[in-house]
Ligand binder design. Structure first.
Ligand SMILES: C[S@@+](CC[C@H](N)C(=O)[O-])C[C@H]1O[C@@H](n2cnc3c(N)ncnc32)[C@H](O)[C@@H]1O
Length: 250
């Protein structure tokens, strides 16, 4: 199990909501039929359904995750949703056999492997795909430091490790998904959705992020202790993400 803590998901939820590309969310909502059925993959605590419910007010949600603790919290937050435990690595075809108008995911496609993306794209079978907040490899901390590039490189190497789906696409997740969906006849759009964090509003998230980046860089062979110490007083931080919307065109 990948082990995403509720605390981490709660911490990132407001930054995710701010970062989500507004024009792409509006385009997704406009593409949906009335009262759409939506399957959210890797739902965690239900953040996607919770955040975009105002844009898609009459949606009937099915939330899928493999972590029972996160799903318990999702049931509490979204009592009207159908919530189901499944391992997407093995069961994506079964999960997507369910009737639905659209498939959503947030912060998932950087965790998955390229061959899994091909399986996903086939199993999507023409339904609308809205995959938000895939990490794209950009990290920009302020004030800048000489070791930023080495730490970011090590972090991005770590992002490509196995997260339960085989070797992860990491920063290439959104572009690999775009290619796979285009090969299935979809028209695909990508749009930026960066976190723009400031010390004034996002101290806890910036600190947790610096901890995670330094620890991942360490596991990838770069000692980021000095970088981590300096980042306790970073004033801003931008983390790049991409949102994707895909609609079948033929
Ligand atoms: C980065 S979190 C994002 C959670 C949620 N979409 C959000 O935006 O807050 C990735 C989610 O994918 C789930 N996940 C990872 N591997 C999975 C797998 N093999 N099967 C099902 N869910 C998985 C995790 O449990 C976690 O909830």
């Amino acid at each position: 199990m990948s082990g995403f803590a509720i605390d981490w998901l709660n911490l990132r939820e407001p930054a995710d909501a701010r970062a989500r590309n507004a024009a792409m969310l509006a385009a997704f909502a406009a593409a949906l039929p009335a009262a759409p059925k939506i399957i959210d993959l890797g739902s965690g605590t239900g953040s996607t359904a919770h955040t975009i419910s105002a844009a898609v007010p009459n949606a009937r949600w099915t939330l899928i995750d493999h972590d029972p603790a996160l799903l318990t919290e999702a049931r509490r937050r979204l009592p009207d949703a159908t919530v189901r435990e499944a391992d997407l690595a093995t069961d994506i075809e079964t999960v997507l056999a369910e009737d639905a108008d659209a498939i959503t995911a947030s912060a998932l496609f950087d965790l998955v492997a390229e061959d899994w993306i091909a399986r996903f794209a086939q199993a999507a079978k023409g339904r609308i795909v809205y995959a938000a907040l895939s990490y794209d490899g950009l990290e920009a901390w302020h004030p800048p430091r000489e070791d930023d590039a080495a730490v970011a490189r090590a972090f991005n190497t770590h992002q490509r490790g196995d997260k339960g789906f085989g070797p992860a696409c990491g920063p290439l997740g959104a572009s690999k998904l775009a290619q796979a969906l285009e090969a299935e006849g979809y028209t695909v759009a990508l749009a930026p959705s960066p976190w723009r964090l400031t010390r004034q509003t996002d101290t806890a998230l910036m600190d947790a992020l610096a901890t995670g980046v330094a620890s991942a860089a360490g596991e990838a062979g770069v000692n980021a202790t000095a970088w981590f110490t300096a980042r306790q007083s970073a004033t801003t931080c931008e983390i790049g993400h991409l949102d994707l919307l895909a609609v079948r065109s033929r």
